[in-house]
Write a protein that binds this ligand. Structure first.
Ligand code: NAP
Ligand code: GCO
Length: 266
């Protein structure tokens, strides 16, 4: 048996949200390498243009769409355009996300709602937009980009942890409700990954020393390093391919071992 074909995405249409750069860009690039047709969105034209340029430089043909994933009408319109211009979405990665690092007692409710809107409500909205076609065609893959904060809390990230914890359970519920249609919904829980989102946690201090959080995370990680978006490519292709057709409702943590490790004695 040509076992490698189990990991092929040939003939599939993959939508990765918020994929102009960062983790989404890496996952979309991996899907292309596995044979998929790639579509992505981002929230502003200049970001989509930045993404189109980056994909072009990587020799990856893509279509980019401007769409705020929190706006249900815009999402429905984007999915209709993708279906007409490329084909029905076979693989959805709910990657778009934001974080606001504010102590909870100082956080405005509007800030809390904004994070919940992008990180939890939007995966509901976009998944709801692609599920009917997946049901009709008898197959589909939804991958939600969760987080270590789907399992753990920490100071200043109350909204993000609440959203990512909710996203873990939304993942399980989509799996429960639509598994009967040969639709698999799983999550990827990245550890600490070096992207613009975590850049503030890695900034050099004024005296040129490492950011304390950088040293902290490296000591908490058995792999003794930050992850890179490339570390997520293989797990994403696995969950997008038929190799994972009997995997449903799971969160695959790609964290270098942090969640398994109590941490090195100081
Ligand atoms: P990132 O660098 O901040 O990229 C997120 C992308 O989503 C950006 O292009 C962003 O656009 C876009 N976006 C934000 N709000 C949007 C909206 N309403 N509609 C459409 N696009 C929107 O983040 P990342 O580090 O690549 O993370 C990607 C995903 O992985 C996120 O869900 C994040 O929570 C999750 N994650 C990240 C890490 C990590 O350590 N980096 C770890 C675990 C999980 P803007 O540039 O305008 O914000
Ligand atoms: C933070 C980080 C984390 C990572 C990631 C960890 O401020 O703690 O941004 O939330 O982004 O989600 O898995």
């Amino acid at each position: 048996m040509d076992f490698s074909s189990k990991f092929s995405l040939e003939g599939k249409v993959a939508l990765v949200t918020g994929a102009s750069y960062g983790i989404g860009f890496a996952i979309a690039s991996a899907f292309y390498a596995a044979g998929a047709s790639i579509v992505f969105n981002d929230i502003r034209q200049e970001l989509v243009d930045r993404g189109l340029k980056a994909y072009q430089e990587a020799n990856i043909p893509v279509r980019g769409y401007v769409c705020d994933v929190t706006k249900e009408d815009d999402v429905r319109e984007m999915i209709a355009k993708i279906t007409e211009e490329v084909g029905p979405v076979d693989i959805l990665v709910n990657n778009a996300g934001i974080i606001k690092r504010i102590p909870m007692i100082d956080m405005e409710a509007s800030d809390f709602r904004a994070v919940i809107d992008v990180d939890l409500n939007a995966p509901f909205i976009v998944s709801k937009a692609v599920l009917p076609s997946m049901i009709q065609r008898g197959h589909g893959k939804i991958i939600n980009i969760c987080s270590m904060m789907s399992e753990l809390g920490r100071e200043t990230v109350s909204a993000y942890a609440a959203a990512k914890g909710g996203l873990k359970m939304l993942t399980r519920n989509i799996a429960s409700e639509y598994g009967q249609y040969n639709i698999q919904c799983n999550g990827i829980g990245p550890g600490y990954i070096a992207t613009p989102q975590t850049a503030p946690l890695r900034e050099k201090q004024p005296d040129g020393s490492r950011h304390p959080f950088d040293a902290f995370i490296t000591a908490k990680t058995p792999a003794e390093r930050w992850g890179t978006p490339e570390d997520l490519m293989g797990p994403a292709v696995f969950l997008a391919s038929e190799a994972s057709d009997f995997v449903n409702g799971q969160i695959l943590y790609v964290d270098g071992g942090i969640l398994a490790y109590i941490g090195r004695q100081p």
